[in-house]
Design a protein around this ligand. Structure first.
Ligand SMILES: Cc1cc2nc3c(=O)[nH]c(=O)nc-3n(C[C@H](O)[C@H](O)[C@H](O)COP(=O)(O)O)c2cc1C
Length: 210
């Protein structure tokens, strides 16, 4: 049998990925297997001019609750400033995320972007955007692979709170210029795997020119 995957199989696999909440602190995917999947994604995921600005941290077990307790502590002043109701809602979310098994943190190494801007001067103004694209591509690959392996996952963005990013850099032990792009929580699912949410008709989103 050919080991080549058909587009139909690939699309069915990609379509399986959903935003899943809440999650358990157990995981059908072992920590070793999670690391293996991430390594595999990093070994082939695309980036502009193959510059590879994406860096990933894997946080598992007790460290997951520690991570979200830290996010809550750092975000508390900002959220309380927005009102007690906002704090109540968001601290509930943080607890929910901390109850998952693990996190995949997607960082960007800014030095790579700067170097690429020097090497490819004519496209220098594009590299900030290219970095976002490269991160998104790695994110969807890891997210999909984890869910195909049997856990649920959801994607969060804690960079909205200025001090959170710095605290998470220290927590993960990554260089202090790394920029946090996204945080994917994962763990065993509590509810049945969700359906694809409703989408706009392709008559609105697809333009075929021929
Ligand atoms: C760029 C991007 C940012 C997102 N940010 C968040 C987020 O911060 N928190 C969250 O719970 N979901 C986030 N999501 C998930 C979307 O809400 C979700 O993908 C969408 O509702 C469709 O559901 P699905 O993921 O099940 O297909 C994000 C998705 C994308 C693509």
């Amino acid at each position: 049998m050919s080991d080549r995957v058909s587009a139909t199989q690939w699309l069915a696999a990609a379509k399986h990925r959903r935003s899943v909440y809440p999650l358990k602190n157990t995981s059908a995917v072992s920590d070793d297997r999670a690391a293996e999947i991430i390594k595999e994604v990093l070994s082939f995921s695309p980036s502009s001019y193959n510059t590879q600005p994406v860096r990933i941290s894997l946080v598992v077990g007790d460290k997951q609750k520690e991570l979200w307790d830290l996010v809550a502590k750092e975000a508390e002043p900002v959220l309380k400033g927005a009102g007690e109701e906002v704090w109540k809602l968001m601290s509930g979310h943080f607890q929910l995320f901390g109850a998952a098994h693990g996190s995949v943190l997607f960082w960007e190494r800014p030095q790579t972007i700067k170097e690429a801007q020097e090497t490819h001067k004519s496209a220098a103004h594009m590299f900030a955007q290219f970095g976002e694209h490269a991160s998104g591509m790695a994110q969807i690959l890891v997210w999909t692979a984890f869910e195909l392996e049997g856990v649920g996952a959801n994607l969060q963005h804690m960079g909205a709170f200025p001090t959170v990013e710095a605290a998470l850099r220290t927590f993960c032990g990554v260089p202090n210029d790394y920029s946090l792009k996204a945080n994917m929580n994962y763990g065993d699912e509590i509810h049945p795997h969700p359906e694809v949410p409703s989408k706009l008709p392709s008559s609105e989103t697809l333009n075929i020119v021929r």
